[in-house]
Design a binder for this molecule. Structure first.
Ligand code: PAF
Length: 284
């Protein structure tokens, strides 16, 4: 596996592949790679000739109350995992090259409509930080395809909207969430759960599945369904920030004519905030 830390080096590898008419899939990450990330690499490999993964803990997407300095950094282990999984190139940008004048002076990318609710309410400025770094990385890597995990569903839709609104020449692929046998979505945050919390956490996906099944069989009182789900989660010991039945593209609360839905949930147990979701297609 090749390694690039500067934009010039990255361009040398990527240009060589482009000269040979090889397509490039790009998977941006913040490292601490788990099976969910590796499934994005596999998806990229199934779609393109070459796969580039970036690892960069992006300071711009952390809030003042979020601990950027303590974000888990496991670079050696990440590089091993990427090698074992056949990634062609790992790009390890430096903050200096990406933000030469610091964060205050950089142009901000604000994606409208999708960033004024759900995670955005709990993490002000987060999606601006994500959209800005992802656009910069797209401009550097110039991939044909970029793969995002649907576990961070709002992020996936924000990036899709940015690409559409700004006419970017990259195809965004949403990759299905990988799960533990219990149904718990794979996440770097799972490592912070003790065994009791891990067991309780399987309740999140069960609640999503139960609510989705009721919608599929014709229940349409979304407020009632939402309130019941929140009550069930809170009874298990969660503090549920939101459990929202939404239109899967606009992420606005669903109405009775919407056919493609997603339920977004964020629930905290102990100090750990867990995100999950389920898509529902009422055309099926
Ligand atoms: O999902 C992530 O790990 C990050 O938000 C991303 C897309 C790599 C941007 O820093």
């Amino acid at each position: 596996m090749d390694q690039a830390t500067s934009i010039v080096e990255l361009h040398q590898y990527a240009q060589h592949w482009k000269d040979h008419k090889e397509s490039i899939a790009f998977i941006p990450t913040m490292g601490n790679l788990h099976d969910g990330h590796l499934s994005l690499i596999k998806k990229g490999q199934s779609l393109c000739d070459r796969t580039i993964c970036s690892i960069f803990v992006n300071p711009m997407q952390f809030g003042a109350n979020e601990d950027f300095n303590h974000y888990p950094r496991t670079l050696e282990q990440d590089i091993q995992r990427l090698k074992q999984n056949g990634c062609d190139l790992v790009y390890l940008p430096t903050a200096y090259e990406l933000y030469p004048d610091g964060l205050e002076h950089i142009t901000h990318i604000h994606v409208t409509d999708l960033t004024d609710h759900w995670e955005a309410t709990h993490r002000p400025g987060h999606f601006t930080g994500v959209a800005t770094i992802v656009l910069k990385l797209f401009n550097i890597v110039k991939p044909n395809v970029s793969v995002f995990g649907k576990k961070d569903y709002q992020q996936y839709r924000v990036i899709q909207k940015m690409v559409c609104d700004l006419n970017l020449d990259v195809e965004i692929i949403g990759s299905e969430t990988t799960r533990e046998p219990s149904g718990l979505a794979t996440s770097s945050r799972n490592q912070y759960l003790d065994s009791e919390q891990t067991e309780a956490a399987s309740m999140i996906y069960k609640t999503l599945q139960q609510t989705a099944a009721r919608i599929k069989t014709g229940e349409r009182n979304y407020i009632e369904l939402k309130n019941e789900a929140i009550a069930a989660l809170n009874q298990t010991g969660f503090r549920t920030d939101y459990f929202s039945i939404c239109n899967s593209v606009t992420l606005k609360p669903a109405n009775n004519t919407d056919k493609k839905l997603v339920i977004l949930v964020t629930a905290a147990i102990g100090e750990t905030r867990l995100l999950d979701n389920i898509e529902i297609d009422l055309w099926d």
